[in-house]
Design a protein around this ligand. Structure first.
Ligand code: ZN
Length: 309
């Protein structure tokens, strides 16, 4: 009887050991299949792995696992306007431009400004309506004309100006609010046809140089004036020249977003927009987007890349 009991005890111990081995093996197999383990094998530290898991989804982590270790990746993913689809371009740019800071790399790649002007040109997506983008990398067909152009009243525009209905409605609201504060706004340029823009641009280029023309004027097909979404607004007492010094400009700078307008080519953003500062050029994007752009001090080009495209 004693011998029999001992045998059963030994069998139970053997089963227990076997179960522990199986349990350990399963645990190990699960462990080596975790992202944490795989990322560690590539070279990522605990802290970097945490950042990757925190900022990326599973599909994106799987792509990172296919790549060599790079500490630039963890710097990039912490940037506000990081776009995963641009990861390879960011990394390539960082390799050859080691002195450019990460935030600038993100901005350049997102807005295409790492490329020469008027290269890699795409047709803009007109279905984005009032959020369609035109710049040196996006164009619209020569024959495009908005369907809802309206004539602008002489009360707040010089003669012969047209713009899209939604722009006009909001512009007139803005003008009457400005008037309450004692400022009279007036539109000096509005919707332009492709051929008008072509003549304007060629005139600048012929009288000066192509580089000069490109810094102050869009090439035909690249002007948001052709979309009927841009207005050049000045004070009744000033033309383009000196407008920056007027109180009307100061009022517009801090109030235009409440009516859906943004300063499209702001000061100190020349490298992103590709244009010299234009205090008179306002682009309609709607109140929500204009307010975001105003509060976050970014350009429409950056906004479009991150939130719309
Ligand atoms: Zn303009």
């Amino acid at each position: 009887m004693k011998k029999g009991k001992l045998k059963i005890k030994n069998i139970l111990i053997a089963i227990l050991i076997l179960l522990l081995i199986i349990f350990g093996a399963i645990k190990y197999i699960i462990h080596i299949n975790t992202d944490e383990y795989k990322l560690k094998q590539i070279g990522y530290s605990k802290q970097e792995t945490y950042l990757l898991k925190e900022n990326l989804n599973q599909e994106q982590i799987d792509i990172i696992l296919e790549k060599e270790y790079s500490n630039t990746i963890t710097d990039l993913i912490q940037e506000k306007y990081f776009l995963f689809k641009n990861l390879d371009t960011y990394l390539e740019y960082c390799k050859t431009n080691k002195n450019t800071n990460i935030t600038d790399v993100i901005t350049k790649i997102n807005t295409n400004t790492h490329l020469d002007y008027y290269t890699n040109i795409k047709s803009t997506d007109l279905s984005k309506d009032t959020l369609a983008l035109l710049n040196k990398y996006y164009k619209v067909d020569a024959d495009y004309e908005p369907e809802d152009l309206v004539n602008m009243s002489l009360s707040h525009a010089y003669s012969g100006h047209k713009t899209r209905q939604i722009v006009y409605t909001n512009y007139m609201k803005m003008c009457s609010e400005a008037k309450k504060d004692g400022y009279t706004l007036v539109t000096i340029s509005s919707y332009r046809t492709n051929s008008f823009q072509e003549a304007l641009y060629n005139d600048y280029a012929n009288k000066n140089s192509v580089a000069y023309a490109d810094s102050i004027s869009a090439r035909p097909g690249h002007s948001e004036h052709q979309l009927g979404l841009a207005l050049d607004i000045v004070s009744i007492n000033s033309g383009f020249g000196g407008f920056e010094e007027t109180e009307e400009y100061l009022w517009l700078k801090d109030n235009a977003h409440k009516y859906g307008f943004i300063v499209r080519y702001p000061e100190e953003k020349e490298e992103i927009t590709g244009y010299s500062f234009e205090p008179w050029h306002y682009r309609y994007v709607g109140v929500e987007v204009a307010t975001y752009i105003y509060e976050n001090n970014i350009t429409f080009d950056e906004y479009y890349a991150f939130y719309i495209e």
